[in-house]
Each structure stands twice: as C-alpha cells, then as structure tokens.
Design a protein around this ligand. Structure first.
Ligand code: HEC
Ligand code: HEC
Length: 354
C-alpha cells in the first residue's frame, strides 16, 4: 500500500516537472539540440533588388516551416475561425477572388486583399504603405478589428503554448519554448519571404527557354513603350516600382490612400503600384476591387483616367485616352497573361501544411 502511494506521488512529481518544462522552461528537451538550417532565397539577381531580410531574422528551414503553419492556422484569430490564408489564398496568388474578404464574425474588410508575391523585394506594404517591413505588416491583421482581431498578444501566445505541435516547432525554429510575439511575427515573415514567383512564361522567355507568340510580343511592346506606358509604374522584374501613385480611377476619393499615412495633400488617392505578376489569378482589381476583369482595367487606362489635383504626371493621357485599337487591347491582355506562374500557385512548399 505504502509503495503504491509513493509510486503515485513519484509519478505526480515527474509529471509536474515534465509539463512544467514543456510549458515554461526555455530549454526543453527538444530545444537542447537546437540546430536550425539556414537557407538563402533564390531569385533572379539581375532583375530583382536585394531582399529586405533584416540581419536579425535570417531565414532557416525551421523558421519558414513554423511560419507556414502559423499562416494557415486560425489559432491567431480571436475566435479561431480565420487565418491569414482565409484572405490570402495560394490559388489566387495569395490574394482573394472577392472584392472584400470576410474577417471574423463575417465582417467585411475595407480594401481588396492584395497578392503576396515577391514581397521579400518590396519596400512598403499595404495599399497605402503603412507598414514598413514584412514583420511589422504581419502584426497588423492580428489586431485589426476585422481581420483576425485580438486585443492582446497574451491570448494568442497562451493558445500557442498549449499546443505540443507549436512547442516543437518554436523550439526547432528559435531554440526556445518561451514564445513571444516577436517569434510569431519573425516566423510568418520568413515564410512570406519564400513566396517567390520568377517562373512565368515571360521569365522563361527572358531566360531564352520559350518564345512568345506574335500577339504577346506586340502586347509587350505596347506595355514597355510610351504606347501603353505601363512600365513606369509596373516595371519589368518585380512589375511594381514600390511607389505610390494616383492612377486616375477617381476624381474624388472615398479612400484617401497614401495620404492617411503621410498627411501630404499630394498623396490623396495614391496607392501602392501592385505587382502585375500572376494578375490572371487575382481578380478583382484595384484597392477596392472595383474591376472584375483585365478588360475593364485595360479600358480604364485606354480611357486615360479621371483628372484630379493629385493624379500622377505619368498618367499622360487624361482627357485624351491611349486610343488603343481592339487588336492592341487584346495584345496587351495577352502579354499580361504571360506573367502567370503556374509553378507559384501550385508550389507544394507554399500550401497548407495541416
Ligand atoms: C480578412 C482578410 C485578411 C486577413 C485575415 C489577412 N489579411 Fe493580409 N491583407 C488584407 C487586406 C485587405 C490588405 C490590404 C490592407 C491595407 O491596404 O490597408 C492586406 C495586406 C497584406 C499584405 C501586404 C501586401 C503588399 O504587397 O503590400 C501582406 C504581406 C499581408 N496582408 C499578409 C497577411 C498575413 C501574414 C496575415 C495573417 C497574420 C494576413 N495578411 C491576414 C486582408 C487580410
Ligand atoms: C502612374 C502609374 C501607373 C501607370 C502608368 C499604370 N499603372 Fe497600373 N496601377 C497603378 C496603381 C497605383 C494601381 C493601384 C491603384 C488602386 O488600387 O487604386 C494600379 C493597378 C493596376 C492593376 C490592378 C492590379 C491589382 O492587383 O489590383 C492592373 C492590372 C494594372 N494596374 C495594369 C496596368 C497597365 C496594363 C498599365 C498600362 C496600360 C498600367 N497599369 C499603367 C499605377 C500605374
């Protein structure tokens, strides 16, 4: 009898020590062998700028793997229903196919969910550039009332600490089970930086692997000359210049865009030039998802755009229009479709790990 009691007592102590370790001790068993594998981004060095990876968040296989789990896991939302991937879906080039996406409690967002493509090479994030780093951007949806909505981090962190899976993943990625918010953001940012698209038909053409059709070549010429004048704001390479412009979709602004960040009158109605890579997959278009098709977008630029005090000087055909022929419009669209990268939207490394 006495043996029996001391056995139970002993087991209880062992159990308490072990569970205590897994929950609170930074150096748990799985962390003892902390030995992450560094990885470097592979990208077209000639046409992309250097990545924005900060020295304090270098990529590792384990960090990216953790970030991928967090990206797809509703655990980050206050009611466990919405994840980053609810609005940033791989099949739509990590954008969404609706004008505004649903956040928690079926509440609608106020802007169209942008794609997440090659953001390791972007310099500002969100339509108005309010986020200055990938890490900073990742914290916003977690507190945004509509997106994931959490009032405080400790709630998220506690939930994560209750999960054996995450304790292992955090140990492997950061050598600690003493998880805090900066680990969460770092890991998500690491995963996002791996979302590189550089294998569209147009990339293959630039590498000399395929030829473009006559229609696509004509479209390319319209795109990259003064005829269509698209390349200034969406230059070859990233297909965004990382800058903010008013491209004339309105003469009065419901959403003041970049102005909300800078308070500079000249920024009213200016938004980040979105990347045109994989544009085929990410309809509807513009910050408010107003255009459903590429034909409508092309018609907007063909019309020339609406005048306003802040319309960009690069919108040179206000009131005149590009006056593209129907053939030229079809050619321009054919070129835009060469920016589709099937290997990006089908890359198994980017997919839901659960
Ligand atoms: C409810 C839908 C929704 C959810 C959930 C959501 N996002 Fe977003 N995301 C958006 C919208 C809308 C924007 C544009 C915000 C703005 O311009 O103010 C955006 C912008 C972004 C951008 C900027 C892209 C660029 O090129 O500037 C990134 C990166 C991003 N989200 C990543 C994430 C991550 C990581 C999560 C999860 C932690 C997440 N999003 C959750 C809708 C969502
Ligand atoms: C003055 C700079 C500028 C020029 C020139 C320009 N764009 Fe844009 N483009 C933008 C900006 C800024 C946006 C986003 C505007 C918004 O959301 O309100 C945009 C949005 C787009 C979109 C929608 C992308 C998305 O993800 O929603 C497409 C497609 C597009 N442009 C194609 C073109 C084409 C084709 C041309 C040439 C005919 C062109 N652009 C010329 C700045 C420009």
């Amino acid at each position: 009898m006495r043996d029996y009691i001391s056995f139970i007592f002993f087991s209880l102590i062992v159990f308490m020590i072990l569970s205590g370790c897994y929950k609170y001790n930074p150096v748990c068993e799985s962390c003892v062998e902390y030995n992450p594998t560094p990885i470097s981004l592979i990208y077209p060095f000639a046409s992309f700028p250097a990545p924005n990876t900060p020295p304090w968040n270098q990529l590792t296989e384990e960090g990216v793997n953790l970030g991928r789990h967090l990206f797809y896991d509703p655990i980050l939302s206050s009611d466990n229903t919405v994840s980053c991937a609810s609005c940033h879906k791989q099949e739509y080039a990590f954008g969404d196919n609706t004008q505004y996406s649903f956040g928690i409690n079926q509440s609608l967002g106020e802007r169209n969910a942008p794609t997440i493509i090659n953001i390791a090479f972007h310099t500002a994030f969100d339509w108005d550039g309010k986020s200055s780093s990938v890490e900073d951007q990742a914290s916003r949806p977690i507190f945004n009332e509509i997106e994931l909505h959490n009032n405080n981090w400790s709630e998220v962190i506690n939930r994560i600490k209750m999960s054996e899976l995450y304790l292992d993943l955090f140990c492997a990625a950061f050598g600690t089970s003493d998880i805090d918010s900066s680990h969460v953001l770092k890991a998500i940012a690491q995963f996002e930086r791996t979302l590189i698209s550089d294998n569209s038909k147009f990339d293959q053409y630039l590498r000399g692997e395929v030829v473009l059709s006559p229609e696509e070549i004509r479209g390319f010429n319209i795109y990259s000359t003064e005829r269509g004048d698209c390349f200034h704001c969406h230059p070859i390479g990233l297909f965004t210049n990382n800058m903010f412009h008013n491209n004339g979709i309105d003469s009065q602004f419901e959403d003041l865009g970049r102005y909300n960040v800078t308070n500079n009158m000249l920024d009213q109605g200016a938004f980040k030039s979105p990347s045109l890579r994989n544009i085929e997959f990410s309809a509807p278009y513009m910050h408010d998802g107003r255009f459903e098709t590429l034909e409508q977008v092309i018609d907007h630029y063909d019309f020339g755009g609406y005048d306003s005090p802040t319309v960009d000087p690069l919108m040179k055909y206000i009131g005149i229009g590009l006056m593209l022929t129907e053939q030229e419009k079809t050619d321009l669209k054919a070129f835009l479709l060469t920016l589709s990268d099937e290997s990006f939207i089908n890359n198994a490394d980017f997919s839901n790990p659960f």
